[in-house]
Design a protein around this ligand. Structure first.
Ligand SMILES: [Cu+2]
Length: 155
């Protein structure tokens, strides 16, 4: 190995290490069970990234496509709207949860059953693709009943 290639390798490793450190952390991904014939389901999770990034999409083998949605009260009506990105500020957790920002799994290939797990790939503007496992459950993980035994903490 010449000095030049060694230097190039060292630089590549440094870049790779930086990229790995900037990887967003995704936790508590869950989705609600769906009934036969239901074509879409919400996906919820928590994202925290050491550097500012933007969630721009996702994909999953269980769905034809994955959309990003916002939810807002307009008068007395709760409306969902597709958004083209969700900002993830540096070091600040972003929660995708029922009633707010969420993922929408469209064209579900089969019903989601409680207890099932399925893979989902999130796509970030800077970090690229981040794979996560989604758990199908009737309530958010870390809910009250669950938190009691686990030394729950609030942010
Ligand atoms: Cu939605």
């Amino acid at each position: 190995m010449t000095f030049k290639t060694r230097l190039a390798t060292a630089l590549l490793l440094a870049v790779a290490a930086t990229a790995a450190m900037a990887q967003p952390k995704v936790e508590g991904a869950w989705s609600r069970p769906t009934v036969q014939g239901q074509k879409a389901g919400g996906g919820f999770l928590r994202i925290e990234s050491p550097t500012a990034d933007r969630l721009i999409g996702g994909s999953s083998p269980v769905a034809g496509r994955v959309e990003l949605h916002s939810m807002k009260m307009e008068g007395d009506v709760m409306r969902m709207r597709e958004v083209d990105g969700i900002e993830v500020p540096a070091g600040q957790a972003v929660a995708l949860q029922p009633g707010g920002l969420h993922l929408m799994l469209m064209d579900l290939k089969s019903p989601l059953k409680a207890g099932d797990r399925f893979p989902l790939t999130l796509k970030f503007e800077k970090a690229g693709e981040v794979p996560v496992q989604v758990e199908v459950r009737t309530a958010a993980p870390g809910g009250k009943a669950e938190a009691e035994g686990h030394g729950a903490h609030k942010h």
